[in-house]
Design a protein around this ligand. Structure first.
Ligand SMILES: *Cc1c(COP(=O)(O)O)cnc(C)c1O
Length: 376
């Protein structure tokens, strides 16, 4: 099945009614039956959990997966299930803020060390390996600068050195990028973003085609208990039916806005992997099959104008999250990276004039008109 078809049909469980939708199974108690596994929400095996996992496995070319109540539950359960005292993790430098906070606050007290890689190539990662490195963890495209990492090369390095490779694939979505096909061991999503797609659900997913790794994460997940409930799972299944449609439109809109912004006299720079001027464009073309995603960022020539720009917007909403049907904008220097000094932000390439745009599914003309009037 092609992804658009998988979005609609994969995993559905239509055995019990004549309805075309999976029924909601709200039970937390299930009758036991000899020889059958016990069903329980925290065992991640109730009917609505299984339906959504099957759909996501098809979309990400995985064989097993676990759904959590947030993206961070997926990230923390995965990392902490695979790591123990003495282990080292190599992280890509540009990481989601919540993940960075997890390392800063939870790793040291568990005796787990980590370091960051600035570059985008396997050579950059190879040069930073440590004798105790167990995991390579990356994001591509990254937040908020849309840096593109060479996923296949980094996955090959992981295989060669017998390391576990993990990618947070939230920004690309499984419609645009399937890292397991490129050799990555574990894919994580914050479903709160594109998978949910309507800014009204919180969930996360861990997906893999490696049964041994799945078992390790699963046993910790049962202990940590980050499971979802049947009502939310029903809404997630419903959202996923339109994932391909939404993401394809977001790809088109973002590309159009990226071109529009790059020609605007008030804009200094646009970061979007779909632009031929983006340093990672060629790699993005190889690893992002359908499009370059709905996320972009841009820098105003006059840093001082960011706040008045935000205030003049009429259609585009100022908000922190991303991946929904509505176009959202935020100022990373004042939000996700506000705790860093200006100097620290500059080292990461985040200027005070940087704006991050999560492009929705509105008519691109309306979005361009709104951005144009707000840019002045
Ligand atoms: C939002 C996000 C997360 C965390 O997801 P939550 O659902 O907020 O816990 C992790 N990674 C990326 C890239 C994100 O954008």
């Amino acid at each position: 099945m092609k992804p658009s078809t998988s979005c609609v049909h994969a995993g559905a469980d239509l055995r019990y009614t004549r309805g075309v939708n999976t029924p909601i199974h709200p039970s937390s108690a299930f009758t036991t039956s000899s020889g059958q596994p016990n069903l329980y929400p925290r065992y991640y095996n109730t009917p609505n959990q299984e339906v959504v996992v099957r759909k996501l496995c098809q979309l990400e070319k995985a064989t097993e997966g676990i759904l959590f109540a947030s993206g961070m539950a997926a990230v923390s359960t995965t990392l902490l299930s695979l790591l123990q005292q003495g282990d080292h993790v190599l992280f890509a430098e540009q990481l989601y803020g919540g993940t960075l906070h997890l390392l800063n606050s939870e790793f040291e007290k568990r005796g787990i060390s980590y370091s960051f890689v600035r570059g985008t190539t396997a050579e950059d990662f190879a040069a930073a390996l440590h004798p105790k490195t167990k995991i390579i963890y990356i994001e591509s495209p990254s937040n908020p600068l849309l840096q593109v990492l060479d996923i296949a090369q980094i996955a090959a390095l992981g295989r060669e050195r017998k390391l576990i490779t993990i990618i947070d694939n939230t920004f690309a979505s499984p419609i645009n990028q399937n890292p397991m096909e490129l050799g990555i061991d574990i894919v994580i999503h914050s479903g709160t973003k594109y998978l949910g797609g309507h800014s009204d659900l919180s969930f996360g997913a861990v997906l893999t085609a490696n049964t041994a790794l799945y078992e390790l994460v699963y046993h910790t997940a049962v202990n940590y208990g980050g499971n979802l409930n049947a009502l939310d799972l029903y809404l997630i299944e419903r959202s996923l039916k339109t994932l391909a449609l939404r993401v394809e439109r977001q790809n088109q809109n973002a590309l159009e806005l990226a071109h529009f912004l790059s020609q605007h006299p008030k804009v200094r720079q646009v970061n979007y992997p779909g632009l031929t001027t983006h340093p990672g464009h060629e790699i993005a073309q190889k690893q992002m099959k359908k499009g370059f995603g709905g996320m972009l960022s841009f820098v105003l020539k006059e840093e001082a104008e960011v706040n008045s720009f935000m205030e003049r917007l009429q259609v585009v909403l100022p908000a922190l999250s991303l991946g929904g049907v509505e176009t959202l904008v935020c100022i990373p220097a004042q939000t996700s990276h506000v705790k860093l000094t200006k100097q620290e932000r500059a080292e990461l390439g985040i200027s005070d004039g940087l704006l991050r745009l999560s492009v929705g599914i509105e008519a691109p003309e309306d979005l361009m008109e709104d951005l144009a009037q707000a840019l002045g």
